[in-house]
Design a protein around this ligand. Structure first.
Ligand SMILES: NC(=O)c1ccc[n+]([C@@H]2O[C@H](COP(=O)([O-])OP(=O)(O)OC[C@H]3O[C@@H](n4cnc5c(N)ncnc54)[C@H](OP(=O)(O)O)[C@@H]3O)[C@@H](O)[C@H]2O)c1
Length: 249
Protein backbone atom coordinates (compact mmCIF):
# COMPACT_ATOMS: atom_id res chain seq x y z
CA UNK A 1 0.00 0.00 0.00
CA UNK A 2 1.43 3.37 -0.99
CA UNK A 3 1.19 5.68 2.01
CA UNK A 4 2.75 9.04 1.41
CA UNK A 5 1.74 11.70 3.91
CA UNK A 6 1.84 11.55 7.67
CA UNK A 7 0.87 13.69 10.64
CA UNK A 8 2.89 13.02 13.81
CA UNK A 9 1.89 14.79 17.03
CA UNK A 10 4.58 15.76 19.52
CA UNK A 11 7.19 15.39 16.78
CA UNK A 12 9.61 18.07 17.97
CA UNK A 13 11.57 15.86 20.35
CA UNK A 14 12.25 12.39 21.71
CA UNK A 15 10.14 9.48 20.42
CA UNK A 16 7.90 11.57 18.16
CA UNK A 17 10.94 12.99 16.40
CA UNK A 18 12.33 9.48 15.81
CA UNK A 19 8.98 8.29 14.42
CA UNK A 20 8.78 11.25 12.03
CA UNK A 21 12.28 10.55 10.72
CA UNK A 22 11.55 6.82 10.34
CA UNK A 23 8.43 7.61 8.30
CA UNK A 24 10.44 10.00 6.12
CA UNK A 25 13.03 7.25 5.57
CA UNK A 26 10.14 5.08 4.41
CA UNK A 27 9.15 7.72 1.84
CA UNK A 28 6.49 9.81 3.60
CA UNK A 29 6.12 13.57 3.68
CA UNK A 30 5.47 14.55 7.28
CA UNK A 31 3.41 17.22 9.01
CA UNK A 32 5.10 17.74 12.35
CA UNK A 33 2.95 18.86 15.22
CA UNK A 34 4.82 20.53 18.10
CA UNK A 35 3.75 22.47 21.17
CA UNK A 36 6.61 24.14 23.06
CA UNK A 37 9.33 22.78 20.73
CA UNK A 38 10.03 24.68 17.53
CA UNK A 39 9.94 21.50 15.44
CA UNK A 40 12.69 22.98 13.23
CA UNK A 41 15.27 20.33 14.00
CA UNK A 42 12.90 17.50 13.08
CA UNK A 43 11.80 19.39 9.97
CA UNK A 44 15.42 19.62 8.79
CA UNK A 45 15.99 15.91 9.54
CA UNK A 46 12.92 14.92 7.49
CA UNK A 47 14.03 17.16 4.62
CA UNK A 48 17.48 15.56 4.67
CA UNK A 49 15.73 12.34 3.66
CA UNK A 50 14.34 14.12 0.61
CA UNK A 51 10.81 14.40 1.96
CA UNK A 52 8.65 17.46 2.52
CA UNK A 53 7.98 18.62 6.09
CA UNK A 54 5.80 21.27 7.69
CA UNK A 55 5.49 22.31 11.34
CA UNK A 56 2.13 23.08 12.93
CA UNK A 57 2.24 24.21 16.54
CA UNK A 58 -0.50 24.12 19.12
CA UNK A 59 -1.62 23.06 22.57
CA UNK A 60 -3.66 19.88 22.19
CA UNK A 61 -5.49 20.51 25.43
CA UNK A 62 -7.65 22.95 23.45
CA UNK A 63 -10.38 21.38 21.29
CA UNK A 64 -10.23 24.35 18.93
CA UNK A 65 -6.52 23.70 18.34
CA UNK A 66 -7.21 20.04 17.57
CA UNK A 67 -9.65 21.10 14.84
CA UNK A 68 -7.22 23.69 13.48
CA UNK A 69 -4.30 21.21 13.41
CA UNK A 70 -6.40 18.63 11.51
CA UNK A 71 -7.56 21.26 9.03
CA UNK A 72 -4.10 22.77 8.45
CA UNK A 73 -2.48 19.34 8.07
CA UNK A 74 -5.00 18.40 5.38
CA UNK A 75 -4.57 21.77 3.65
CA UNK A 76 -0.79 21.42 3.53
CA UNK A 77 -0.66 17.88 2.15
CA UNK A 78 -3.97 17.46 0.35
CA UNK A 79 -4.48 14.21 2.25
CA UNK A 80 -3.17 12.43 5.32
CA UNK A 81 -2.84 8.67 5.16
CA UNK A 82 -0.77 8.06 8.31
CA UNK A 83 -1.70 9.58 11.69
CA UNK A 84 0.57 8.99 14.67
CA UNK A 85 -0.96 10.09 17.98
CA UNK A 86 2.25 10.44 19.96
CA UNK A 87 1.95 13.64 22.04
CA UNK A 88 1.10 13.12 25.69
CA UNK A 89 1.63 14.51 29.16
CA UNK A 90 3.36 12.46 31.83
CA UNK A 91 4.08 13.48 35.43
CA UNK A 92 3.46 11.93 38.86
CA UNK A 93 0.15 12.61 40.61
CA UNK A 94 0.17 11.06 44.11
CA UNK A 95 -3.42 10.48 45.21
CA UNK A 96 -2.93 12.62 48.33
CA UNK A 97 -2.46 15.76 46.25
CA UNK A 98 -4.22 14.92 42.96
CA UNK A 99 -6.31 17.83 41.65
CA UNK A 100 -9.32 17.99 39.35
CA UNK A 101 -7.28 20.18 37.01
CA UNK A 102 -4.60 17.47 36.71
CA UNK A 103 -7.25 14.84 35.94
CA UNK A 104 -8.68 17.16 33.28
CA UNK A 105 -5.23 17.76 31.75
CA UNK A 106 -4.54 14.04 31.31
CA UNK A 107 -8.01 13.37 29.95
CA UNK A 108 -7.88 16.25 27.49
CA UNK A 109 -4.32 15.85 26.16
CA UNK A 110 -3.91 12.07 26.28
CA UNK A 111 -7.40 10.88 25.29
CA UNK A 112 -9.70 13.61 23.98
CA UNK A 113 -7.15 15.20 21.64
CA UNK A 114 -6.02 11.94 19.98
CA UNK A 115 -9.64 10.80 19.78
CA UNK A 116 -10.94 13.92 18.00
CA UNK A 117 -7.86 14.14 15.78
CA UNK A 118 -8.42 10.50 14.78
CA UNK A 119 -12.09 11.13 14.06
CA UNK A 120 -11.36 14.19 11.91
CA UNK A 121 -8.46 12.63 9.98
CA UNK A 122 -9.93 9.11 10.01
CA UNK A 123 -13.11 10.23 8.21
CA UNK A 124 -10.98 11.64 5.40
CA UNK A 125 -8.93 8.41 5.30
CA UNK A 126 -12.11 6.37 5.15
CA UNK A 127 -13.40 8.41 2.22
CA UNK A 128 -10.11 8.02 0.35
CA UNK A 129 -10.27 4.27 1.01
CA UNK A 130 -7.06 3.79 3.01
CA UNK A 131 -5.16 4.96 6.05
CA UNK A 132 -3.28 3.97 9.18
CA UNK A 133 -3.80 5.42 12.63
CA UNK A 134 -1.38 4.54 15.42
CA UNK A 135 -1.72 5.50 19.06
CA UNK A 136 1.22 5.62 21.45
CA UNK A 137 0.01 3.93 24.61
CA UNK A 138 2.00 2.59 27.56
CA UNK A 139 2.44 -0.84 29.14
CA UNK A 140 1.30 0.82 32.39
CA UNK A 141 -2.16 1.33 30.89
CA UNK A 142 -2.59 -2.38 31.66
CA UNK A 143 -0.85 -2.31 35.08
CA UNK A 144 -1.74 1.10 36.55
CA UNK A 145 0.70 2.33 39.15
CA UNK A 146 -0.59 4.27 42.13
CA UNK A 147 1.53 7.40 41.67
CA UNK A 148 0.52 7.93 38.04
CA UNK A 149 -3.20 7.17 38.23
CA UNK A 150 -4.64 9.65 35.69
CA UNK A 151 -1.78 9.00 33.25
CA UNK A 152 -2.27 5.21 33.42
CA UNK A 153 -6.04 5.56 33.08
CA UNK A 154 -5.53 7.81 30.06
CA UNK A 155 -3.34 5.14 28.45
CA UNK A 156 -5.89 2.42 29.26
CA UNK A 157 -8.34 4.65 27.41
CA UNK A 158 -5.98 4.75 24.46
CA UNK A 159 -6.12 0.93 24.25
CA UNK A 160 -9.93 1.04 24.28
CA UNK A 161 -9.95 3.77 21.63
CA UNK A 162 -7.68 1.65 19.45
CA UNK A 163 -10.15 -1.23 19.40
CA UNK A 164 -13.25 0.93 19.08
CA UNK A 165 -11.86 3.05 16.22
CA UNK A 166 -10.51 -0.06 14.47
CA UNK A 167 -14.11 -1.28 14.24
CA UNK A 168 -15.55 2.14 13.44
CA UNK A 169 -13.17 2.77 10.52
CA UNK A 170 -13.06 -0.78 9.12
CA UNK A 171 -12.56 -1.91 6.43
CA UNK A 172 -10.57 0.99 5.01
CA UNK A 173 -8.47 2.28 7.93
CA UNK A 174 -6.29 0.19 10.26
CA UNK A 175 -6.03 1.47 13.84
CA UNK A 176 -3.36 0.07 16.16
CA UNK A 177 -1.45 0.88 19.34
CA UNK A 178 2.24 0.72 20.20
CA UNK A 179 2.65 0.54 23.98
CA UNK A 180 6.24 1.29 25.08
CA UNK A 181 7.90 0.45 28.34
CA UNK A 182 10.78 2.56 29.66
CA UNK A 183 12.47 4.15 26.65
CA UNK A 184 13.37 7.75 27.42
CA UNK A 185 12.90 8.52 31.09
CA UNK A 186 11.75 11.97 32.18
CA UNK A 187 14.67 14.36 31.99
CA UNK A 188 14.64 15.00 35.76
CA UNK A 189 15.27 11.31 36.67
CA UNK A 190 18.66 10.98 38.38
CA UNK A 191 21.26 8.22 37.76
CA UNK A 192 20.08 6.12 40.73
CA UNK A 193 16.44 6.13 39.61
CA UNK A 194 17.52 5.24 36.10
CA UNK A 195 19.73 2.37 37.23
CA UNK A 196 17.00 0.98 39.47
CA UNK A 197 14.53 0.92 36.59
CA UNK A 198 17.04 -0.55 34.19
CA UNK A 199 17.89 -3.47 36.48
CA UNK A 200 14.18 -4.18 37.07
CA UNK A 201 13.55 -4.40 33.35
CA UNK A 202 13.64 -8.08 32.30
CA UNK A 203 15.73 -7.30 29.22
CA UNK A 204 18.13 -5.28 31.46
CA UNK A 205 18.11 -2.22 29.23
CA UNK A 206 15.86 0.63 28.24
CA UNK A 207 14.30 0.64 24.83
CA UNK A 208 15.51 3.14 22.29
CA UNK A 209 13.30 5.58 20.38
CA UNK A 210 14.29 3.54 17.33
CA UNK A 211 12.75 0.39 18.89
CA UNK A 212 9.45 2.28 18.99
CA UNK A 213 9.83 3.99 15.62
CA UNK A 214 10.57 0.77 13.76
CA UNK A 215 7.51 -0.91 15.32
CA UNK A 216 5.41 2.02 14.12
CA UNK A 217 6.99 1.75 10.69
CA UNK A 218 6.29 -2.00 10.55
CA UNK A 219 2.60 -1.35 11.28
CA UNK A 220 2.46 1.40 8.67
CA UNK A 221 4.25 -0.50 5.93
CA UNK A 222 3.42 -4.14 6.56
CA UNK A 223 0.44 -4.30 8.88
CA UNK A 224 -2.31 -4.40 6.28
CA UNK A 225 -4.13 -7.29 8.03
CA UNK A 226 -3.56 -5.88 11.53
CA UNK A 227 -6.18 -3.70 13.16
CA UNK A 228 -7.33 -3.12 16.74
CA UNK A 229 -4.04 -4.58 17.97
CA UNK A 230 -1.63 -3.43 20.65
CA UNK A 231 2.09 -4.02 20.30
CA UNK A 232 3.77 -3.91 23.70
CA UNK A 233 7.41 -2.87 23.29
CA UNK A 234 8.42 -2.79 26.94
CA UNK A 235 11.48 -4.98 27.56
CA UNK A 236 9.27 -7.41 29.49
CA UNK A 237 7.61 -5.18 32.12
CA UNK A 238 4.09 -6.38 31.33
CA UNK A 239 5.14 -10.02 31.23
CA UNK A 240 6.69 -9.88 34.68
CA UNK A 241 3.35 -8.83 36.13
CA UNK A 242 4.77 -6.01 38.24
CA UNK A 243 2.92 -2.68 38.33
CA UNK A 244 5.99 -0.56 39.00
CA UNK A 245 4.93 0.38 42.55
CA UNK A 246 7.95 0.76 44.78
CA UNK A 247 10.02 1.87 41.81
CA UNK A 248 10.27 5.25 40.16
CA UNK A 249 7.25 4.25 38.10
N1 LIG B 1 9.43 7.85 26.95
C1 LIG B 1 9.06 6.65 27.37
O1 LIG B 1 9.87 5.89 27.89
C2 LIG B 1 7.62 6.21 27.19
C3 LIG B 1 7.19 5.07 27.88
C4 LIG B 1 5.89 4.65 27.71
C5 LIG B 1 5.03 5.35 26.88
N2 LIG B 1 5.47 6.46 26.22
C6 LIG B 1 4.54 7.19 25.35
O2 LIG B 1 5.17 7.39 24.09
C7 LIG B 1 4.86 8.69 23.59
C8 LIG B 1 6.14 9.48 23.36
O3 LIG B 1 6.92 9.47 24.55
P1 LIG B 1 7.94 10.68 24.88
O4 LIG B 1 8.61 10.33 26.14
O5 LIG B 1 8.74 11.01 23.68
O6 LIG B 1 6.86 11.82 25.17
P2 LIG B 1 7.11 13.27 25.83
O7 LIG B 1 8.47 13.75 25.49
O8 LIG B 1 6.74 13.21 27.27
O9 LIG B 1 5.98 14.08 25.10
C9 LIG B 1 5.87 14.05 23.69
C10 LIG B 1 5.45 15.37 23.18
O10 LIG B 1 4.12 15.65 23.60
C11 LIG B 1 3.95 17.03 23.40
N3 LIG B 1 2.94 17.57 24.32
C12 LIG B 1 2.88 17.47 25.67
N4 LIG B 1 1.81 18.16 26.13
C13 LIG B 1 1.19 18.71 25.03
C14 LIG B 1 0.07 19.54 24.85
N5 LIG B 1 -0.69 19.98 25.86
N6 LIG B 1 -0.25 19.89 23.60
C15 LIG B 1 0.49 19.48 22.55
N7 LIG B 1 1.56 18.69 22.67
C16 LIG B 1 1.92 18.32 23.89
C17 LIG B 1 5.31 17.69 23.68
O11 LIG B 1 5.57 18.59 22.60
P3 LIG B 1 6.61 19.84 22.79
O12 LIG B 1 7.94 19.23 23.15
O13 LIG B 1 6.61 20.49 21.45
O14 LIG B 1 6.05 20.72 23.86
C18 LIG B 1 6.28 16.52 23.69
O15 LIG B 1 7.40 16.69 22.88
C19 LIG B 1 3.92 9.32 24.61
O16 LIG B 1 2.59 9.10 24.22
C20 LIG B 1 4.23 8.57 25.89
O17 LIG B 1 3.14 8.54 26.80
C21 LIG B 1 6.76 6.90 26.37
Amino acid sequence: MQLRSALVTGAGRRIGREIAIALAQGGADVVLHAHTSSGDETRRAVQQHGRRAWVIRGDLSSRRNVQRIAREALEKTGKIDILINNAAVFFPTPISALTAQEWHTFRQTNISAPFFLSVLIGRQMYQQGQGKIIFLGDWSGRRPSRNFLPYCVSKAGVSALTQALAKAFAPHVQVNEVAPGPVLLPEDYGPEQQEELRTRTPLQRFGSPYDIARTVRFLVESGDFVTGASYVVDGGWLAQGHDGSGTSL
